[in-house]
Design a protein around this ligand. Structure first.
Ligand code: SAH
Length: 227
C-alpha cells in the first residue's frame, strides 16, 4: 500500500497546489502516494452550511464546531484506520525532519486544517488529533501548513525523489546544515569555484564539505550542535 494523505479543509481547491508540481506531482500521478481533500462544509447540518460558531466564554473570532469536524474525521478516517491524525496548529509539536521520516515510513496521515481561531478542544481530545506546528508564527489557516508538512514527508517516500543517497547529505539529516554548492561557470563575476571542488580528490572534497557544514551550523544554528 502506498502512502495515503487525507486533508480536511474548507478550501479543498487549494490542493494539490504545490504538491502537484515536479517530482511530487509525478509521484502522485504514478500512484507512489495519494491525496484526497475533503470539504468540511459537506458535513454541516443546517441550510447555511455553517461550520463555526462564536467562542464559549466570549472573545474575538469563530471556532470550528466539534460535531461537524468529528463527523468529517469519522467519514475520512473510520475506526481502525492506522494513519496518524494531525491538526495543523501553532500550539503543536514543531515539525522536524525526523517527524517527516517517521510519517513517510507509515501508511499515510489524516490532516485537519484549522481556520478562524481554531477548533473546539473536545474534538482534538476525542479524535486524538496530534497538533503539529510549522513554526512560531501564525497563519490564517492550516492549508499552507499541511502542504509544507506533506511536501517534507512525500519527498522522502521511496521512488519520489530518485536515489536514497540524495537525502543523506541534506540539511538536518546528519544534525548539520548543508555545505555550499557550486556549478558552472567556473568563474562568476570574478569569483572562482573553490579549488578543492575541482581537484577530483574525493577525500579532500568530503573533508572540505564536512568542515563547511560544521562552520555554517556553528555560526547559524548552534542549537543543532547541542547534545
Ligand atoms: N488562535 C490560534 C491561531 C489560529 S490561526 C492560536 O492563537 O493558536 C488559524 C489556523 O491556522 C489554525 O487553526 C491552524 O490550523 C493554522 N495555523 C496557523 N499558524 C500555524 C502554524 N504555525 N503551524 C501550523 N498551523 C498553523
Amino acid at each position: 500500500m502506498s502512502f495515503r494523505a487525507d486533508v480536511i479543509t474548507l478550501f479543498p481547491d487549494l490542493f494539490p497546489g504545490p504538491l502537484g508540481a515536479s517530482v511530487l506531482g509525478r509521484g502522485l500521478s504514478e500512484g507512489l502516494w495519494s491525496l484526497n481533500a475533503t470539504q468540511l462544509r459537506d458535513f454541516a447540518q443546517d441550510r447555511h452550511r455553517s461550520v463555526d460558531d462564536t467562542p464559549a466564554g466570549g472573545g474575538a473570532g469563530m471556532v470550528l464546531r466539534a460535531d461537524i469536524l468529528a463527523a468529517a474525521i469519522d467519514a475520512t478516517s473510520p475506526e481502525g484506520d492506522p494513519r496518524p491524525r494531525l491538526l495543523m496548529s501553532p500550539r503543536g509539536t514543531p515539525l522536524t525532519q525526523k517527524m517527516a521520516h517517521d510519517l513517510a515510513e507509515g501508511p499515510g496521515t489524516v490532516i485537519v486544517c484549522g481556520r478562524f481561531e481554531g477548533v473546539d478542544q473536545r474534538v482534538i481530545d476525542s479524535r486524538t488529533l496530534t497538533e503539529v506546528s510549522i513554526g512560531d508564527y501564525v497563519l490564517a489557516g492550516g492549508e499552507a501548513a499541511a502542504m509544507v508538512l506533506l511536501e517534507a514527508v512525500v519527498r522522502l517516500i521511496p521512488g519520489v525523489l530518485g536515489s536514497a543517497e540524495s537525502h543523506a547529505d541534506e540539511s538536518f539529516e546528519n544534525g548539520l546544515l548543508e555545505y555550499p554548492h557550486y556549478t558552472r561557470p567556473q568563474s562568476f563575476e570574478g569569483v572562482d569555484i573553490p579549488e578543492v571542488l575541482t581537484s577530483g580528490d574525493h577525500a579532500r572534497v568530503e573533508k572540505w564539505r564536512r568542515a563547511e557544514s560544521e562552520k555554517l551550523t556553528r555560526r547559524r544554528r548552534p542549537d543543532l550542535l547541542k547534545p
